[in-house]
Design a protein around this ligand. Structure first.
Ligand SMILES: Cc1cc2nc3c(=O)[nH]c(=O)nc-3n(C[C@H](O)[C@H](O)[C@H](O)COP(=O)(O)OP(=O)(O)OC[C@H]3O[C@@H](n4cnc5c(N)ncnc54)[C@H](O)[C@@H]3O)c2cc1C
Length: 343
């Protein structure tokens, strides 16, 4: 199939699956070699594990940053990729990959189709998706007053918040958001929480000081509100007794499920659920498909952000001849070449 005449297709040089730190840096590395990118993520915000799992934790092993919060690292990577004007397709998992004459067509769950010469899989442990509580009509509230991850604490200032869950994420976010929320309630189906001892101690202190309300042993039972705006969260105990918690936001922390999903069906060679690549190029077993970051493996692979950054550079150089056939690639430092818009 020649995709150039298909109007419903968006065209690019490289399709990157995953906007984790490594996928974002791949945009920069491809851009430096004059390759345009479309980038896909199942999550609505870029940042992969950094954004979804530990945005406010400091990272200490990013070269040049003695300490940087994970969310800030993502902001910086986003900024670094911006001069190359990538197109982001967020909030929908990539579901399809089709081989075509001049590359691949990548499709996501929203039906977006992008034709690219090469595909870079930077999918980490797989597509992130929240474990949703089975509440009727919850979809209408998602992204407006029900959130499965906290992107910016400030968004919750002055709000009445219900946090649901009994693990580290629920407890850590209760401690953090209680500092700025109008009222913080934590709903858990057991009286005992499972979190780090230090965090539990702090939760107890906030409870005693009246800064956090512990709603146990209760489970989520329903949502009240209109047009996605929450008025109250209804909870029930095992005997079926219900309580109505007036609230502006619900944050269910029942874990994020990762799914390799369609990647598993793309005829790639896997080694213990990771895409096996040649470390000299990050090429997978299928020509034109590359894998970098946590999703790839080779002898001696370290699952670190800095390793993924180097893999992004390696893959970009290996992809260049596919996008610009016959063009010699002259290795240049960024100090020599600059970036678009730099002086
Ligand atoms: C608590 C914690 C602390 C950590 N601390 C450090 C540290 O100090 N230093 C360090 O170097 N590393 C640390 N790590 C590991 C680091 O976060 C990972 O190595 C890094 O996030 C890998 O980046 P990535 O871009 O490869 O993948 P990820 O960050 O996992 O991002 C992959 C993205 O791909 C998306 N995706 C997957 N499949 C699809 C699909 N089919 N369609 C659309 N999107 C898809 C996912 O939704 C996700 O957003 C830590 C990890 C955790 C959990």
């Amino acid at each position: 199939m020649d995709t150039r005449s298909d109007q419903s297709l968006q065209q690019t040089d490289v399709a990157i699956i995953g906007t984790g730190p490594v996928g974002l840096f791949a945009v920069f590395e491809c851009g430096m070699l004059d390759m345009r990118c479309h980038v896909f993520d199942a999550l609505e915000v870029p940042g992969g594990q950094c954004a979804a799992l530990y945005p406010e934790k400091p990272i200490y092993d990013i070269p040049g940053y003695p300490r940087i919060d994970a969310a800030l690292l993502i902001d910086r990577l986003f900024e670094q990729a911006a001069p190359f004007a990538p197109t982001y397709h967020l909030g929908h998992a990539v579901t399809g990959l089709e081989r075509v004459d001049n590359g691949f067509v990548v499709t996501n769950a929203a039906g977006v189709r992008v034709a690219a010469r090469a595909v870079v899989i930077a999918a980490g442990g797989g597509a992130f998706g929240p474990n949703r509580p089975p509440l009727e009509g919850i979809e209408a509230f998602e992204g407006k007053s029900v959130f499965y991850l906290v992107r910016r604490r400030e968004d919750f200032r002055g709000k009445r918040i219900v946090i649901a869950g009994g693990g580290d994420s629920a407890v850590d976010w209760a401690l953090s958001l209680a500092e700025l929320a109008a009222h913080t309630m934590v709903v858990h189906r057991r009286a005992k929480f499972r979190a780090a001892p230090q965090s539990l101690l702090r939760l107890e202190q906030l409870y005693e000081a009246g800064r956090v309300e512990l709603v146990t042993p209760y489970q989520l039972a329903g949502l009240e509100g209109v047009d996605g705006r929450l008025d109250a969260v209804v909870v029930a105990d095992l005997a079926g007794n219900t309580r109505r918690l007036e609230a502006d936001c619900l944050l269910p922390f029942f874990g994020l499920a990762t799914q390799l999903g369609p990647l598993a069906d793309w005829d790639l060679v896997f080694d213990e659920h990771r895409v096996a690549v040649d470390p000299a190029t990050c090429a997978s077993s299928r020509a034109g498909i590359f894998a970098i970051g946590d999703i790839c493996t080779y002898p001696g692979k370290l699952k670190l952000i800095l390793t993924g950054f180097a893999e992004a550079a390696v893959a970009a150089h290996a992809i260049h001849p596919l996008v610009h056939p016959g063009e010699a690639l002259h290795f240049e430092y960024s100090t020599t070449k600059g970036v678009p818009g730099s002086a």
